[in-house]
Design a protein around this ligand. Structure first.
Ligand SMILES: [Zn+2]
Length: 339
């Protein structure tokens, strides 16, 4: 399997929190695993995006030094490899890790070191996606993220993203940031059509996005779905997360089938392993259960992820070959559902 949409700060295992706190010189409200888990993960009855986003406060507090970022990325790759992933693209916003004096460059350098060490030790490929942040008054920080992405492109970093409050800060406001990314040849993905409508996805395409984070509200716009299909734009779907943040009201309203029927290429992702309390395997199984997808259809979604990954063509061929060979095995293995 391949996860293309996975936030570092939303995917910290409670088990790693004491060590990360130590490496960040931060205090934890508790060292008990169960208490930490409830501080890091939403309840099944999560009511809205606000409640969901609260869960990022504690992990961000323990990711404020180079040592902690490197360790967090390394440990995440270890877990992903153990869960059957052959490739993962991990995203984070360097500008959210500067509270103790790190520069964005130092933050990315540390994360890249953890990534390269993890790739070497755990037998999977991986890349970092650097998130610019939606917000007010942070243009300089976003421009700095573009500059750092350019510096580390091909040395751990594979793309640039736009994350944050989509409803409050519309996509078009960040046009100059992504114009610069385009000039510098940095691949672009943008969170769009999650907390805002189809027009946000259209703007993301205008800003050069080749993949859309979520994109679920594109399903309300037939013409846009044709554009997505014709341009071969991939959607990074995150089913559990979308239900928890109420981006989609009910499971049966989830537009996966609408995308598949229209030939829009979708991929399956976790968004946040810990905050959402999920795993990539669980996401595939939930979609299978909800929509009655065949093993072949699920495999098609996994192949889409290989097609969409920011890798060399040689790596892409190897990923597709591996998925083709190994993907259905765990589906028919009769393992219990769940994490
Ligand atoms: Zn996301």
């Amino acid at each position: 399997m391949i996860d293309l949409h996975l936030h570092l700060d939303g995917s910290i295992d409670p088990e790693d929190m004491p060590r990360l706190a130590e490496l960040s010189g931060a205090a934890l409200p508790s060292t008990r695993q169960e208490e930490l888990r409830s501080l890091l993960s939403v309840e099944p009855d999560c009511r809205n995006l606000g409640e969901y986003l609260e869960k990022f406060q504690l992990p961000l507090r323990v990711l404020q030094t180079g040592e902690s970022l490197e360790y967090a990325v390394y440990r995440l790759l270890e877990r992903l490899s153990g869960q059957g992933l052959c490739h993962g693209e991990i995203r984070f916003a360097p500008q959210l890790h500067l509270e103790k004096g790190m520069s964005q460059e130092q933050a990315v350098s540390a994360a890249a070191a953890g990534l390269l060490r993890g790739i070497r030790d755990f037998g999977l490929s991986a890349g970092l996606i650097l998130c610019c942040m939606r917000g007010e008054g942070n243009r300089a920080e976003n421009m700095e993220t573009v500059a750092v992405a350019e510096r580390f492109l091909g040395r751990g970093v594979c793309a640039l993203d736009l994350a944050g409050n989509e409803a409050a800060y519309p996509t078009y406001r960040f046009a100059d940031v992504f114009r610069r990314a385009g000039e510098r040849g940095i691949p672009v993905v943008i969170h769009a059509g999650e907390a805002a409508g189809a027009e946000s996805v259209r703007t993301a395409l205008e800003l050069g996005a080749v993949r859309i984070g979520h994109g679920i509200h594109a399903a309300s716009d037939a013409e846009l779905m044709e554009i997505l299909r014709d341009r071969g734009i991939f959607l990074e779907l995150c089913y559990s997360s979308n239900l928890q943040t109420r981006a989609v009201g009910l499971p049966e309203e989830y537009p996966l089938e609408r995308f598949l029927d229209r030939g829009v290429r979708a991929t399956v992702n976790t968004d946040n392993v810990t905050v959402s309390g999920t795993s990539l395997k669980r996401e595939y199984l939930l979609l299978q259960e909800r929509f009655g997808l065949s093993g072949e259809a699920l495999k098609g979604l996994a192949i889409n992820a290989a097609e969409a990954a920011f890798v060399t063509e040689g790596q892409r061929a190897a990923l597709k070959e591996r998925i083709d060979r190994e993907f259905p095995l765990w589906l028919s293995s009769g393992e219990p559902k769940g994490k």
